[in-house]
Design a protein around this ligand. Structure first.
Ligand SMILES: C[S@@+](CC[C@H](N)C(=O)[O-])C[C@H]1O[C@@H](n2cnc3c(N)ncnc32)[C@H](O)[C@@H]1O
Length: 255
């Protein structure tokens, strides 16, 4: 979809999310932390049971655990697991007989999540270093794939959805929250690697985004907007108003 320099985007995204892991109280275009998580819909009951530093670095854009409806014993994959909040919440939902695998390309995020996993005794969670458009997992090996605020950062969204569909079992769910637009972004924004890293430049038009999920072989069941999510810098807010940049959550099923 873009003429952006994908190498520059990857470098900027890794730099940005290394800072998110190591300095979550620094200055960012987007909000992070427990107050954000609660506003998006995470239950205080769950948040009281996950490591607080994973909430400090939480950079998600919505809440989709109600859509994912994770069951005890299920195997869950978290695409772009960051500092681990969603994988820890998923761990609570699937219980000791379930497993959660988080995959992320940013080493500082993985290191933080792994340390918190060990300290918190989340024995059913593991983290893998890798890219979500080239998943290193067997076909049909997960009951659910979740992802929060990540796929907008990936240049090859079509392949990311195909990979998610490939690793899902039949009847499995893809439940995610992400940033999309209502107006096609102009090249000036699409080519700005810094705006990609801030979750804006890579945002796809919502219709194309949903079509890419359908083209991957999944059936979309629910799409809902997350008006509680907002960017915080003036630059980001200018783009969000003009191009209808918005957060959505959705669930799609593999027939
Ligand atoms: C906005 S953060 C969200 C992290 C986490 N889901 C959360 O809610 O806090 C995006 C994460 O996606 C990761 N990421 C971005 N592109 C990726 C890719 N192509 N493959 C793997 N991870 C990626 C980044 O390293 C970062 O940790």
């Amino acid at each position: 979809m873009s003429a952006v320099d994908t190498h520059a985007v990857e470098t900027k995204v890794k730099d940005m999310y290394e800072r998110v892991a190591q300095d979550p109280h620094g200055e960012f275009h987007f909000e992070m932390g427990r107050a954000l998580a609660e506003r998006l819909g995470y239950s205080p009951y769950d948040l009281d049971r996950v490591p607080a530093p994973s909430m400090d670095s939480f950079a998600g854009v919505g809440h989709h655990f109600d859509l994912a409806a994770l069951q005890s014993g299920e195997r869950v994959l978290d695409l772009g697991s960051g500092s681990g909040l969603d994988s820890f919440v998923a761990s609570l939902k699937v219980g000791a007989t379930g497993t959660v695998v988080g995959i992320d390309m940013t080493v500082a995020q993985l290191d933080k999540a792994n340390e918190l996993r060990q300290q918190g005794g989340f024995l059913n969670v593991e983290y893998v270093h890798g890219y979500i458009d080239q998943l290193p997992f067997e076909d049909e090996s997960f009951d659910a794939v979740i992802s929060n605020g990540v796929i907008n950062l990936v240049a090859d969204k079509d392949n990311t959805f195909k990979q998610a569909a490939r690793v899902l079992k039949r009847g499995g769910r893809l439940a995610l929250s992400d940033i999309v637009t209502g107006v096609q972004l102009p090249q000036g924004i699409v080519c700005d690697a810094t705006l990609w890293a801030a979750c804006i430049g890579g945002a796809m038009h919502r219709d194309s985004y949903q079509q890419a999920i359908v083209d991957a072989g999944l059936t979309i069941e629910v799409v809902q907007p997350n008006p509680q999510y907002r960017f915080i810098s003036d630059q980001a807010n200018g783009a969000t108003t003009k191009y209808e940049v918005q957060s959505i959550s959705l669930v799609a099923v593999k027939p």
